[in-house]
Design a protein around this ligand. Structure first.
Ligand code: GTP
Ligand code: MG
Length: 327
């Protein structure tokens, strides 16, 4: 980590404060700016004023360094910035097209669908492909896999890597897996993520699934408000991580059969508005005979359309007919 990002650059951080911040998982200016004030306040023993001051100073420092913009920018400038956004291939040309070229960095992509629709398989495939060089669809980066359902399988990573021409051991070495045992643990893991993102050159953060712990920790209507509030804070944290560290964040979400709605789509994603609002891209997955279908549901600029893919020894792949057509 270059000195440029050292906490020593922020006025008002002496040795004691620095130590406290370190203990709270904040090691540099980016980590500090990525936290919300109430977190930093907890770390500093409840000193909210000091926390607000430090987070603001970190933000100002990042503006000075050109990492964050404080200015209003022209649409043309934004267009230029948008074109420089990096993407990770999904392993399927069809799916990549649906995503406008692959999974975007600096944004949250939500994959939702029923059980067995392929959410976890897409996550496994992305964790391998992100490691490839750019001309092969990757970003030469590592992946963090936050596993809340105990469905991460190193054997599957190994198989996908091997069938895509990547040394399986190397592939496994560049994926950091964290198992979250409940929603609080899941929140803690995300807070501590910054140091790995820097040291392991992480380009992809996966949360599979974002919502399941919140559903079991806050069951029923009585705790719904608290659940949504906690989930909201969690998603905010993820958005900051995507923004600050320019990584792609992918979250999965189960669909929820909602017996209390008689109208509309019975397969609404769990987490309701919260996850939906925070996600830049939302893709609905479903099974259909031998193939799987992905539909871009919400996107700032991509049309709502569908793509067909399959799951095979390479993880996510295009259906065989289409591969033949290309030849
Ligand atoms: P939930 O987490 O239960 O909501 O489902 P999901 O959407 O995460 O489903 P997942 O990605 O686990 O997809 C499961 C499907 O992928 C299975 O039904 C299999 O068809 C396929 N699949 C899973 N593992 C493998 C594998 O190792 N090889 C192949 N070829 N297919 C697999
Ligand atoms: Mg799954």
């Amino acid at each position: 980590m270059p000195d440029e990002w050292s906490l020593d650059n922020i006025e008002g951080i002496g040795p004691v404060t620095k130590q406290k911040l370190n203990e709270g998982g904040i090691y540099n200016v980016l980590d500090l700016a990525a936290r919300n004030i109430s977190d930093v306040s907890d770390i500093l023993g409840g000193d909210t004023e000091k926390a607000a001051e430090l987070v603001n100073k970190a933000m100002t420092y990042l503006v000075q360094k050109g990492i964050l913009s404080k200015d209003f920018v022209s649409a043309a400038e934004l267009y230029k910035i948008r074109k420089s956004v990096e993407r990770i291939s999904t392993g399927s040309k069809n799916l990549d097209e649906l995503f406008g070229g692959g999974i975007e960095t600096g944004a949250i992509t939500e994959l939702y669908g029923e059980f067995g629709s392929g959410k976890t398989q897409i996550c496994h495939t992305l964790a391998v492909i992100v490691q490839f060089p750019k001309d092969k669809g990757g970003l030469e980066g590592g992946a963090i896999y936050l596993d809340t359902e105990n469905t991460f399988r190193p054997e599957r990573i190994s198989e996908i890597a091997e069938n895509r021409g990547l040394d399986p051991l190397k592939a496994l070495n560049r994926i950091i897996v964290a198992k979250a045992y409940n929603s609080s643990h899941q929140e803690l893991l995300v807070k501590e993520m910054g140091k790995y993102i820097e040291s392991e050159k992480i380009k992809l953060v996966i949360v599979d699934s974002a919502v399941s712990h919140y559903r079991s920790d806050f069951p029923g209507r009585a705790t719904l408000a608290e659940r949504q509030q906690r989930l909201n804070a969690f998603m905010h944290q993820l958005l900051r991580i995507a923004d600050m560290y320019k990584v792609a964040v992918v979250v999965t979400n189960q669909v929820q059969a909602s017996p209390d709605t008689f109208f509309g789509d019975p397969t609404r994603p769990a987490g309701g508005h919260v996850v939906a609002h925070m996600s830049t891209y939302r893709v609905y997955l479903r099974k259909s005979a031998k193939v799987r279908i992905a539909r871009m549901v919400d996107s700032p600029y991509l049309p709502e359309r569908e793509a067909v893919f399959i799951i095979d020894e390479k993880g996510v792949d295009d259906p065989p007919e289409e591969k033949k057509k290309e030849k």
